[in-house]
Design a protein around this ligand. Structure first.
Ligand code: OGA
Ligand code: MN
Length: 284
């Protein structure tokens, strides 16, 4: 059966209907999915809750699966766990636990792994258990944002380079959250501000919470421009807000979207999603 595409938002995003991503996919079945990601930047699949091995099998079609950063609850595995549940006790973490602080860092607009040299092609976030209210994930397109920028601003910033740093983003939330070891494992990296999609030539911006500085600029000037660009990218009418159901799987293109978590009653409801983060094989 041919897949059907339903828009998620006027500006970007598509729900892919007519394929069960829990099942093994042939390369022929995967091809239109990969094309849809290049075109629409965010894909939603609805179906049964994925098992870990099913999520890995799906992820490997997109590219190389990154090993999660050590600071995560599942650090060292292929999963970045987004959850308020302590898996050793199956209980909800108390509000002052550092895991809850980590989850709050996700509430700033960001692109996953932009602080890594290889960056990330896309993330796959799959809902295992979701709260009855709140905890939506919001997404905006920096491809749309680029298209909406005034021409003068585009030409002023087109060739800039941005320094991305994990500790910069985390320090904004809480100075004590990263160990020295974690800091050393993620030194700052540089990426072109403007990313060009190799398949369709569309431009986007790699910005968000890990973007610390414009290369060669003062912190003050950098902050002004970087904050302005995030603001221009995220007016309410440009935001796709995803209300999760168990089994939902979202793939977002980290080269051209920003996303963020939103609050929910995390002392009352359980929320558990698993993320795999993919590197483009061409960048390895
Ligand atoms: C992530 C992330 C947001 C959320 O998984 O990378 O930022 O809503 N998640 O859990
Ligand atoms: Mn994220």
């Amino acid at each position: 059966m041919a897949i059907k595409i339903r828009p998620l938002h006027d500006l970007f995003g598509a729900e892919i209907v007519g394929i069960n991503v829990a099942k093994p996919l042939s390369s022929k079945e995967f091809f239109p999915i990969s094309e849809a990601l290049e075109a629409h930047s965010v894909l939603l699949f609805r179906g049964p809750v994925l098992l870990d091995e099913q999520q890995i099998a799906l992820s490997e079609h997109f590219g190389h699966v990154q090993v999660a950063f050590k600071a995560n609850q599942t650090g060292g595995s292929m999963f970045s766990r987004q959850s308020n549940i302590n898996f050793e006790t199956d209980e909800i973490f108390p509000p002052d636990h550092h895991r809850i602080t980590f989850l709050k860092a996700n509430m700033l607009w960001h692109s996953d792994s932009s602080y890594m040299d290889c960056g990330s092609l896309c993330s796959i976030l799959a809902a295992r258990e979701v709260p009855p209210a709140g905890g939506d994930t919001e997404v905006v397109s920096t491809r749309v944002a680029w298209e909406e920028l005034p021409e003068g601003l585009k030409s002023r910033i087109e060739n800039l380079s941005v320094v991305h740093s994990l500790s910069y983003a985390r320090d904004k939330m809480d100075m004590s959250i990263l160990t020295d070891e974690a800091r050393a494992a993620a030194p700052p990296v540089k990426h072109p501000l403007v990313q060009v999609n190799p398949k369709n030539g569309k431009k986007s911006m790699l910005i968000g919470a890990h973007a610390a500085l414009i290369d060669g600029w003062s912190e003050e000037d950098s902050r002004k421009l970087l904050d302005e660009l995030v603001e221009r990218a995220s007016p309410p009418q440009n935001v796709y807000s995803h209300g999760w159901q168990d089994g939902d799987v979202i793939v977002w293109d980290n080269r051209c979207v920003l996303h963020r978590a939103t609050p929910f009653e995390s002392d009352k409801y359980r929320r558990h999603l698993e993320r795999t983060t993919i590197t483009d094989r061409a960048r390895l």
